[in-house]
Every structure is written in structure tokens, then in C-alpha cells.
Design a protein around this ligand. Structure first.
Ligand code: MN
Length: 253
């Protein structure tokens, strides 16, 4: 039997489950709100072209209006000033779009403190229990924030949402072999990260190191601490800084 036949068999029998980590895209999908004087992205919107009517009697289709960083999406290195000489979203190698993943679950900490920050010591303690971070894989950071993801006000929480400290972001980006960071929040950084040194450290260090970000993930609760495989599929927008993405996880049951 070939490896792919084995995989299809496992998918068919349920021995490998496909978990959707993607938030649905609609006009109410929460979007980042930067303060003045910064420019903001637009909400997702469908614009109907025709719907079985005079404009197209047999067919229904829409134009879509969206930002690159709307809903569940992929951050490419060129998104940040520190990564401006790096890859745009179309240049990310397809071989990196299927990668191992680990899940660090700090939902109970974030429930007590919405400004909770992941620190190096937390990651080291996790590694003692579950093993090394995956070489060329994702660190997925669960905070329970996906439960808020259908409500813009709850999701943004007036700028109080969990994230990663500047020290930890620098260490993960520069000293560990991971491919990137995945979060459940509106961006990879904490809600208060505009005031960190440097500002927005996850963006600054990860994208500066040629690594990636995934945001607005959901259903991380359904993944094991280690051993899943993530399939992330951003659109290959030429010159793009990121893209909405369908993100799936393969999990052995
Ligand atoms: Mn982004």
C-alpha cells in the first residue's frame, strides 16, 4: 500500500479526523481596529453579480470585498517592516503549507486574565511534559478566544486579549525551529502589544525571521498537544502581505 492510499483509508475510516480550524467568513467577521491616525482594513462583504435573474438567469455569483488580514488568515514575512525583504504570500513554498503542529493550551489562564502573556518558562515547562517544539512546524497557542469570535466587541475586548511576551516571541522566532505561530485572536500579538518593546513583538520577530503567522483559528481544543498535521491554504496573491486561508488539521484518533 502506498502512503497516500494509507492516508485515504485512515480518513475514510475515521482513524484520521479532519478538524476545521477556520472561522466562517461573513460581514460580521471581527476585524482589527487600529487607532487614529492608522488606516484600517474593510469588513468582509459579498457583492452580488447575479442570482438566477436578468443579470444571469442560470447562475449565482458574487464579487468579494475583503482585506488580506480578515478572518482566519496567514501572515507572510513581507507584512512587517522587519520582514520587508522576505516572502510575499505567493512566495511561501507549498511544502511549508503542510506541517506538524503542537498546541499549547492556556485557556484557563486567559479566562482569569484577558491580558495573559505566554512566557519562555511556560514553553519550557510544556516541552518537559510533551517534548520538543516541532522542527518546521506550527506552535498553536490556545487561549479559548475562539468562543468570542462571532462578536466583534467581545473578540477585541477593548484591547485586552491574550498574547505572547516580547521576550518569548523573540526566543520562539530566533532560537526555536518552528515554522510560525498560530493564535485564536484577531492577530498574533496581544491586545496590548502596541505598548510592548518592540511594539507588536510577534509580528516583528516572527516575520523578521522569515517565519509565519496564522490567526483567528478555532477548534484548537480538538487537537492533541502534539502529533497533528496542519494544512494551511492562503491564496497566492502576488505581492500580497497575507491572505484569508482555510486551515485544517489532521488528527489521529
Ligand atoms: Mn495578519
Amino acid at each position: 500500500m502506498s502512503v497516500l492510499q494509507d492516508l485515504l483509508g485512515a480518513l475514510g475510516s475515521g482513524r484520521v479526523e479532519v478538524v476545521d480550524l477556520t472561522s466562517p467568513l461573513h460581514s460580521g467577521t471581527p476585524i482589527l481596529q487600529l487607532p487614529e491616525p492608522f488606516a484600517n482594513t474593510i469588513p468582509f462583504r459579498l457583492e452580488e453579480i447575479s442570482r438566477y435573474d436578468d443579470r444571469g438567469p442560470g447562475w449565482y455569483w458574487n464579487d468579494i470585498h475583503t482585506g488580506e488580514h480578515t478572518g482566519t488568515h496567514f501572515d507572510a514575512p513581507v507584512h512587517w517592516a522587519t520582514g520587508q525583504d522576505g516572502e510575499d504570500i505567493s512566495q511561501v513554498s507549498p511544502s511549508k503549507l503542510i506541517a506538524p503542529a503542537v498546541v499549547l493550551d492556556f485557556a484557563s489562564e486567559a479566562a482569569k486574565d484577558p491580558d495573559f502573556l505566554l512566557e519562555i518558562e511556560h514553553v519550557r515547562a510544556w516541552q518537559e511534559r510533551h517534548g520538543a517544539l516541532p522542527d518546521g512546524g506550527w506552535l498553536l497557542y490556545r487561549t479559548g478566544w475562539d468562543a468570542r469570535s462571532e462578536d466583534q466587541a467581545q473578540f477585541l475586548n477593548e484591547g485586552h486579549s491574550p498574547g505572547i511576551s516580547a521576550d518569548c516571541a523573540k526566543w520562539l522566532a530566533e532560537e526555536t525551529p518552528i515554522l510560525g505561530i498560530g493564535t485564536e485572536t484577531v492577530g498574533t500579538d496581544a491586545g496590548a502589544a502596541h505598548s510592548f518593546e518592540p511594539a507588536f513583538p510577534c509580528h516583528s520577530y516572527f516575520l523578521g525571521a522569515g517565519k509565519y503567522g496564522l490567526t483567528q483559528l478555532r477548534n484548537l481544543v480538538s487537537l492533541p498537544p502534539a502529533g497533528s498535521v496542519v494544512v494551511a491554504s492562503p491564496l497566492p496573491i502576488v505581492g500580497g502581505s497575507g491572505s484569508p486561508a482555510r486551515v485544517l488539521a489532521l488528527v489521529e484518533r
